[in-house]
Structures are given as C-alpha cells and as structure tokens.
Write a protein that binds this ligand. Structure first.
Ligand code: ASP
Length: 333
C-alpha cells in the first residue's frame, strides 16, 4: 500500500518568489504540487499550509502550534515533511524533537538554498530525500538536506550559501543518499520508546550570552532585571569563564543564588564542553551552572526553553540536564 505523507509548509526560500523588497515566501503547496508529485514517487501526498514566513520570523509560539498540528494528525499519516526556511530550521527541528518525544512516525524538516522555481535549485533534491525518509517508518524528528538525514536535535546551519548548509554536530548522520540508495544507520535511531504525549509547554525567557575577552558581568543582571529566567552562556573552549578582573563567575553565582538557571556550553562548533578540566570551568560549576556538554547551541537554547516549561523546581531542572531526552546530548557517565 502506498505510504501517506503529509507536507506542511511554513515558508522559507524553498517556497519563495522575488518581490519588490527581496526574496520572500509566497508559493503555496498547491502551486508546488506538480514538483512535489515529481519527487514523491509512490507516496500519497496531502498538503497543508501552516504559514508563509521567512524563518527569521518564526517564534516559539509557532513551534508549539506546529507540534500541535503534527501531534493531532500523527495517526493519519505514515510520515510528515515540514518545509521550513533554513535560517532557523535547526531551532525548529530541535524544539520539535523535545515537544514530540516518542513520536512513532518520521517527522522530516527540510528547506533549500534556492527557490523551487529556480531550475538549478536544491529544492527538489531535498524534498525527494525528505519525502523518502518520511516513508521510512523510522520514528523521530529529522532534518533532510543535501542528501543527508540528521537528527533534528543535532543539526546546525553551518554554511549560509552552499547547498551543504547543515551539519550533524558531534553525531553521525542518520542516513545518507548515494548511488547505492539511502543507507540508514540503524544505531542512530532512538531505541527507548515511551508513550507519546505532546509536550508543548515552554518558557521563552531565555538569554544567550556569548563571552568575549572583557565582557562585563553587569550584562547578566540587566537581563535578570528584565525578567529573564535562564541563560545559555557560550563560554570559551571546553567551557572556560573568566573570574579575575571582570569576575563573570561571581555574576553567575548571583543569578543561581536568585534561583535562575545558567547553562554553560562552548563557542566551538565541534566536540563540546567539559567544565571540570580547567579552573575557569570548575569555578563556574561551583557557582551552580549546568553543562551543555556536546549539545548544539540550537538544542541548548530550545532545551532550556522546554525544560523551563516543564518545571520551576531547580533540582528537577538540573535533573533534566543530566538526561539525554531525544539524542541531543552525550552526558558523560
Ligand atoms: N531567509 C530564508 C529563511 O530562513 C533562508 C532559507 O530558507 O534558506 O526563511
């Protein structure tokens, strides 16, 4: 029997057209139907318009609504494809991974660097890969791009122009397409299977602070005074935070003592952080920070928002960050 695939369009370059103010999403799935059918093979397609947005204009409330749309229809389809702008695609795929934990069907997010109306675009190739993966029966949230399928919560946009715009960070690809077809790395698929429950609560009051030499710790209190509840700090190297002169660590201690959550990761794209190696990391741990380990920035930020939506309790929040919920992190044992 032909597999049923739902295509949900949120906008982005794939569906964009040139307008007076520049490229802007404008094509509906209806107007892309011919192209969609060319790449769908045997799959039985249904299309749904969710939004028509440049992904710079996607907000956390869109993630929650998208998760609701997917959850509501999950039993009616073998898989789903979400068409999305590439700029914030990795945030969406990360948050969907948290909100849709234990989903039984593949949810595959894709986009392209050129509009589907451009004859040399990557759009058809990416859609072909996404629709194929959506029929695979592999449960989870994935990103399909440039003949690779990656875990949604491990993906980052690493190139702004190339077709190879996304990498799977600190984690193998789930699948690759070559002349021998699609090869799925079975061990990359999530084994543990709990009961699916839509978990769409989140708290958007998260600040991201990228350290640089000379950063003033006052910036932390400025955020705190403006209602922020959690911080993701992109520290140096393995997770170093300064503690002499501009004593940033004492600023952090001030936050944790007020009951705020501070998560520390690294500015390095690859290989993650490990705060217990250097004094600059250990002192941060002593000040009460949590570790992001090898999470992407997108996963770190969305996990913070999601965890804060589940609990206000500092101990519970701490425990969530010791867990690998959907493949987003390798927590050292
Ligand atoms: N600005 C576009 C977006 O993220 C870029 C793209 O889709 O490639 O919506």
């Amino acid at each position: 029997m032909n597999k049923k695939v739902l295509i949900i369009n949120t906008g982005g370059t794939l569906s964009s057209v040139a307008k007076e103010h520049g490229l802007t999403p404008g094509l509906t799935t209806e107007s892309m139907l011919q192209e969609l059918h060319i790449v769908a093979g045997e799959a039985e397609l249904t299309t749904q318009e969710f939004a028509s947005l440049d992904s710079a204009n996607i907000f956390p409330e869109d993630w929650a609504r998208l998760a609701q749309v997917i959850s509501r229809q999950r039993d009616m389809y073998d898989g789903m494809v979400v068409i999305h702008g590439t700029d914030t695609l990795a945030y969406t795929s990360s948050m969907l991974s948290f909100m849709l934990q234990n989903i039984r069907i593949p949810v595959v997010v894709t986009g392209s660097q050129l509009s589907i109306s451009n004859p040399v675009a990557d759009a058809m190739e990416n859609l072909r890969c996404a629709i194929y993966m959506a029929q695979s029966g592999c449960p989870g949230v994935f990103v399909a791009f440039n003949r690779k399928v990656m875990l949604g919560c491990r993906t980052s946009k690493v190139r702004s122009l190339s077709f190879d715009a996304f990498d799977s960070i600190n984690c193998e690809n789930v699948a690759e397409i070559s002349s021998i077809g699609m090869k799925i790395n079975e061990h990359m698929l999530q084994k543990k299977k709990g009961v699916f429950r839509l978990q769409d609560r989140y708290c958007p009051d998260v600040a991201v602070i990228r350290l640089f030499p000379g950063i003033h710790r006052e910036v932390l209190q400025m955020y705190a005074e403006n209602g922020y509840r959690a911080f993701y700090i992109e520290a140096f190297g393995l997770g170093g935070v300064p503690f002499i002169r501009h004593d940033f660590i004492s600023g952090i201690r001030g936050l944790t003592e007020q009951g705020m959550t501070v998560l520390v990761g690294t500015q390095c794209l690859y290989e993650g952080s490990s705060l217990d190696v250097y004094e600059t990391g250990r002192r941060a741990l002593e000040a009460g920070v949590l570790q992001a380990y090898d999470m992407t920035a997108e996963a770190a930020v969305t996990k913070l928002m999601w965890v804060l939506g589940q609990s206000d309790d500092q101990q519970e929040i701490r425990e969530y960050f010791q867990l690998n919920l959907c493949g987003e992190v390798s927590v050292p044992s």
